[in-house]
Design a protein around this ligand. Structure first.
Ligand SMILES: Cc1cc2nc3c(=O)[nH]c(=O)nc-3n(C[C@H](O)[C@H](O)[C@H](O)COP(=O)(O)O)c2cc1C
Ligand SMILES: O=C(O)C(=O)c1ccccc1
Length: 387
């Protein structure tokens, strides 16, 4: 874990020189196609799909292309440090694995794979409420790694308090509250296939192992799935909470609270007023609101408004090392990465997640080096030019 990140690029190049092929592509933009060939259409489109016409998802990528890095020479960037502190915790690079629900639809190792690899690589992981394994099992797989718990804010106070207490007891440090998915977006790929994995109970491990969730049920979820699902649906969705209720979460979580799904600068200011510690500028990978702005286009103004007082994290569309540099230069402290390593999970379980994240770290290190920067912390807007 203490080897410099540059070792990953050297290792992959040396293997190439010895004629050893990587397990699958090193081109993170080609992962989607590789996963498409490996997965059944239902799970593939669940992961790759987006809201409506897909416009927001496309906009997320197009926005990265509208910024270009301006490389600097002879800066002496021989020894690089990608390490950073996020919400008081030291990470080896400014990367957090995004909370992704129902991972068992692509591979049986599911969240345990990313938990193990994130810890091994010194990155933080964010575990979804809607995970295939319960949070205690994922915590065990993450060992002494940095783990955050993502909350889908339950419409039941007892279930909410119980999940928070369990996550805290299992060593999750930061609470990430996702605000943009209190209803599922309009997702034609899933609707056309009637593919809604959680309706078979998949992804509901945290609920089905929860005493407060199970209390009103006559039988355990395994013995009466329809009844458990009828309880889950209104607990999960249908109610938009309000800003004044954020205090409840802050009061009941002993640690940093981050609000995920912020796109408007006024919402970033409201987050600051609420007393939370951070935000994730995110549009959920374009899966919720069709025709919305690119998440990257929301970032600069938000970072300008609250970046000195809140930790501003970013996601939606990050694929390459260059993308990460761009997000950092535009004011993010770290990025969350979603689909790329989920495709890696689909293609090779734990080893597949490892290959994707090591490749991304190698790419990031080389992008930083060859743009003439010795540390990610010093990146400013002068590292970029609009295109
Ligand atoms: C299959 C899938 C499941 C997701 N599940 C969750 C979830 O349970 N909780 C959450 O906050 N975000 C969820 N997200 C959104 C991600 O956390 C993240 O915001 C998004 O994937 C970032 O965009 P990217 O995939 O382009 O990197 C999910 C995204 C995908 C693709
Ligand atoms: O699919 C998603 O984007 C998501 O956040 C989710 C919601 C419910 C269950 C599983 C994943």
């Amino acid at each position: 874990m203490s080897a410099p990140l540059s070792a990953y690029a050297s290792e992959i190049y040396l293997q190439g020189m010895g004629g050893v092929l990587p397990p699958f592509t090193t081109d993170s933009c080609a992962l989607e196609q590789a996963a498409r060939e490996a997965l059944e259409p239902g799970p593939f489109w669940y992961v790759a799909g987006a809201a409506g016409s897909g416009a927001t998802n496309r906009a997320n990528r197009e926005a990265f292309d509208r910024w270009r890095l301006v490389p600097r020479m002879l800066t002496g960037a021989t020894d690089r440090d990608l390490g950073t502190t996020v919400l008081g915790e030291r990470l080896r690079a400014p990367i957090i694995t995004a909370p992704i629900g129902v991972q068992s639809i692509v591979h049986p190792e599911a969240e345990k794979a990313v938990a193990a690899v994130a810890a091994e690589l010194g990155l933080a992981m964010a575990l979804s409420t809607v995970s295939s394994f319960c949070l205690e099992d994922v915590a065990a797989a993450n060992g002494d790694g940095v783990r955050w718990f993502q909350l889908y804010w339950p419409n039941d106070e007892q279930v909410c308090l119980s999940l928070l207490a369990r996550a805290k007891a299992a060593g999750f440090t930061t609470l990430v509250v996702t605000l943009d998915t209190w209803l599922l977006g309009w997702r034609p790929h899933d609707l056309d296939r009637a593919y809604l994995p959680f309706l078979t109970g998949e992804g509901l491990a945290n609920y089905f192992t929860d005493p407060a969730f199970c209390a009103p049920l006559d039988k355990p979820p395994a013995e009466d799935l329809p009844a458990a699902l009828m309880r889950w649906l209104p607990v999960f969705s249908g109610v938009d909470h309000t800003w004044d209720q954020v205090a409840f979460l802050r009061e009941n979580w002993d640690g940093p609270v981050v609000l995920k799904g912020i796109q408007h600068v006024d919402d970033a200011r409201r987050a600051l007023d609420c007393g939370v510690q951070g935000i994730v500028v995110s549009n959920h990978g374009g899966r919720q609101v069709d025709g919305a702005i690119a998440s990257l286009d929301a970032l600069p103004a938000i970072a300008d408004a609250v970046g000195d007082s809140l930790e501003v994290l970013f996601d939606s569309g990050v694929r390459t090392g260059a993308d990460i540099l761009k997000a950092l230069a535009l004011g993010a402290r770290a990025v969350l990465v979603g689909r790329p390593w989920v495709y890696g999970l689909a293609l090779g379980g734990t080893a597949g997640v490892r290959h994707v994240l090591r490749s991304l770290l190698a790419d990031l290190d080389l992008a930083l080096a060859l743009s003439g920067h010795a540390s990610a912390a010093g990146l400013g807007r002068d590292a970029l030019q609009p295109h």
